[in-house]
Design a protein around this ligand. Structure first.
Ligand code: AMP
Ligand code: GLY
Length: 424
């Protein structure tokens, strides 16, 4: 089967790396991909917003399976578009109707309330009931959690200690701080606890649970400083045992999948559920309609199953016949970023030393091949540049291996955290 992966991050490199190992995979294309994906498949120049061009590519290259990496094209309806045009095509990623689980925080909260899925208490605020929002802030103590309803490139959640600042930010959000995404704001109860994530592959009625993971979101050591897309991750999560996974499955995963099917929300793809343990009870922080980045770089390397086969089973309604088999070892990934990230940073620096890495897997993110004559040099082209994944008997061993491998990598202003895996 010919396969097209859409996206250009470390997540897409990890998905492509895994699928390229499948006997079911004939030709693998990644659009637009990065310098790393070109070593497991063929990069193609595609824009994720140009659905027509993607559709033409699918016809010309007899693609049978499309895996959509990031959320924006899913929320924009790429799956509905491609399924309408290509009758036998398998698309992994929900249609617009399902992607709204991530595309609207207000929708996700209302959905969780209907199906009694544990989550923070909340109110929904728009310009019409702004006074109610301000009253809510005045009547409750902080920290205040303000969330832009729509997609805001991971920046739409503000956690604010001071009442006055929360009121000011609420007004700013409703006046377009995050564009249309914050025309509606969800104000949530602040939950204090430790976060982790679970990943489900579903056809909207059956599902399989992939290895869990924990990511380290902040730029600084000790989880301090600005929020990022993710600076590292580990899988499995030491404090999550089988009993806790059973609770997550019964109280969160099953009601979520039942809710999708009860509402007739056709859903074929990943549900990434961000969770927080409050007094040992898991609650949902957010749903995503795709895999996580950098969580994929630890979840997928632990997966023993043939990923292409799992996708085909999803499309054929045969997920109930699949048993997920994961490596007992721990996987850890550490992300090397461009100095300045997640704020402004420079691009175009040579990345050296990658070929010296022997005991880790290198997943590329913001990299591309230089346009020089030899086209063999890798240069930086984004904030998160490389994720280095290693296996170990435990997280400490896996993290140490990745740190040793990273010592071999060089690019100007490179930065990474040294404490990925530490207990929060
Ligand atoms: P989200 O984009 O919904 O994942 O939120 C980004 C981050 O904000 C989460 O990973 C949490 O660390 C934090 N967060 C979101 N909602 C809450 C909440 N209700 N209480 C405490 N922290 C939260
Ligand atoms: N690492 C968090 C995310 O992919 O949303």
């Amino acid at each position: 089967m010919n396969i097209l992966v859409l996206g250009s991050g470390g997540r897409e490199h990890a998905l492509s790396w895994k699928m390229s190992q499948s006997p079911l995979c004939d030709n693998l294309y990644i659009g637009p991909g990065n310098a790393g994906t070109s070593s497991v498949g063929q990069n193609v120049v595609l824009s994720l917003s140009d659905f027509e061009k993607i559709s033409t590519f699918i016809i010309e290259n007899e693609i049978g399976l499309v895996v959509v990496g990031p959320e924006q094209p899913l929320v924009d309806g790429i799956t509905d578009f491609l399924e309408e045009k290509h009758k036998d095509l398998i698309v992994i990623g929900p249609g617009k109707h399902g992607a709204i689980l991530e595309g609207s925080k207000a929708f996700a909260k209302e959905f969780m309330n209907q199906y009694h899925i544990p989550t923070a208490a909340y109110i929904e605020v728009t310009h019409k009931n702004i006074e109610e929002g301000i009253k809510h802030i005045n009547n409750n103590k902080g920290p205040y959690v303000l969330k832009a309803d729509g997609l805001a490139a991971g920046k739409g959640v503000l956690i604010i200690k001071e009442r006055k600042e929360a009121t000011t930010e609420l007004r700013a959000m409703l006046s377009g701080k995050f564009g249309d995404a914050s025309n509606k704001v969800v104000i949530e109860e602040f939950l204090n606890g430790i976060e982790f994530s679970v990943f489900v592959l579903t056809d909207g009625s059956d599902y399989v649970i992939l290895p869990q993971a924990k990511d380290y979101k902040r730029i600084g050591e000790g989880d301090t400083g600005l929020n990022t897309g993710g600076m590292g991750a580990i899988s499995p999560v030491p404090f999550i045992d089988e009993a806790m996974m059973n609770i997550v499955e019964e109280t969160i995963i099953k009601p979520t999948i039942n809710g999708l099917s009860d509402r007739g929300m056709r859903y074929q793809g990943f549900v990434f559920i961000g969770l927080i343990l409050v007094d040992n009870s898991p609650k949902v922080i957010e749903y995503n309609c795709r895999m996580g980045d950098p969580e994929t770089q630890v979840v997928i390397p632990r997966l023993e199953n043939d990923l292409v086969n799992l996708f085909v089973a999803t499309a054929q309604g045969k997920l109930n016949e699949q048993i997920i088999d994961s490596k007992a070892e721990t996987a850890a990934t550490i992300v090397c970023v461009s100095g300045g990230y997640p704020e402004s940073y420079k691009k175009g620096y040579d990345v050296k030393g990658l070929q010296k890495i022997k005991e880790s897997i290198v997943f590329h993110a913001g990299t591309k091949k230089s346009a020089d004559l030899d086209n063999n040099t890798t240069i930086t082209s984004g904030g998160r540049v490389i994720a280095v994944t290693s296996y170990g008997r435990d997280k400490d061993e896996a993290v140490s291996k990745s740190l040793r491998s990273i010592e071999k990598i060089e690019f100007k202003d490179m930065y990474h955290r040294k404490d990925v895996g530490f207990d929060l």
